[in-house]
Write a protein that binds this ligand. Sequence first.
Ligand code: SAM
Ligand code: SF4
Ligand code: SF4
Length: 387
Amino acid sequence: MTHEATKPAAAPVRLGMPAPPRPVGPARPARPAPATSARRLPSTGGLSDLRGRPLRDLRISVTDRCNFRCVYCMPKEVFGRDYAFLDRDELLSFEEITRIARVAAAHGVEKLRLTGGEPLLRRGIEELIAGLAELRTPDGRPLEIALTTNGSALAMKAASLKAAGLTRVTVSLDSLDEALFQSMNDVRFPVGRVLDGIRAAHDAGLGPVKVNMVVKRGLNDHEILPMAEHFKGTPFTLRFIEYMDVGTSNGWELGEVVPSSEIVARIGERMPLEPLGATAPGETAARWRYADGEGEIGVISSVTQAFCGTCNRARISTEGRLFTCLFASEGHDLRALLRGGVDDAGLADAMGAIWGARDDRYSEVRATLTPELRAARPKIEMSYIGG
Ligand code: SAM
Ligand code: SF4
Ligand code: SF4
């Protein structure tokens, strides 16, 4: 499969734009955007989509590349040596990302998450973080800046990320079993180095560090208990993610999903758990605490208990398309607007119109789709849209 097959082909719908600037292709030199150095823009009054959901959380994919080939995300058979990743000039620049984030903050975004691909592979990421750390909400608060990483470069970078202004990190780790972990990342990356990264992030003050484990039945579900036991009583919160049908390359089947209810039951049998309330509206994880007071776990039930009703997240792909859902087939080309010379007000109008027209709730309708209909639906790879 070529990369083109995973990218949205069509041009964006630019809703409510007075005079849409001409989209530009990669071959045309970028026109410098108008200088906008303000750390905060006036509030637009907040946005609401067609289902009354505000925009609060912006996930930004800073690279579509990764040094891992996790079998459920970037399987080697698809993301092989000849896979066409984006060229450097196709990526949003740090200035472009920062402009989008500043406008998003005026629209009510309070939290940014840098992701990918593997975000720590993006050269100079600390510089981007430092720029984002300057941004303020309309009432003058700094934005929360989180980052999701496979942890491979974290031991080396934790201190510089913290110094740049990163708030906290989430680290992905699917098993403690050396052979299994290496076969799941498929590049023989050792568990110990990820654990070193988790510890380094904590020591650098990037906590509370969350650890994400994607659970796939028959592959790593026997690691649920060992992982829970390992992280119980530590400063780290383990979160179990139901294996999702993102993209089209992982060959997802419903039978491979381990429902969160089963995960909670399996752990609870050995180490009793009690439910906890959500800490923030739109939170993806349901929280459970150990009855003996030794910390908590989270479960992200994107398949069996969809949380679309409170979903307040938008995503910016590596090349600057705005997606209003992880499972959207098409994004809106903000990069074309930026490189066409749009000013902040025009960008705010475009983003506001896109969010205002949002009606996504894929995880709620997934169960009503036949496998054929699901397969026919074009979806974007997670490494491109950002997890
Ligand atoms: N490379 C970084 C990492 O692995 O943490 C950031 C990007 S990754 C796409 C973000 C998150 O998505 C990771 O926690 C990963 O485990 C999760 N993920 C990837 N594919 C998934 C799938 N098919 N179902 C559920 N979660 C998935
Ligand atoms: Fe890379 Fe993260 Fe996808 Fe694994 S889950 S292949 S580390 S982007
Ligand atoms: Fe949000 Fe789309 Fe996921 Fe539903 S399926 S929770 S709308 S990203």
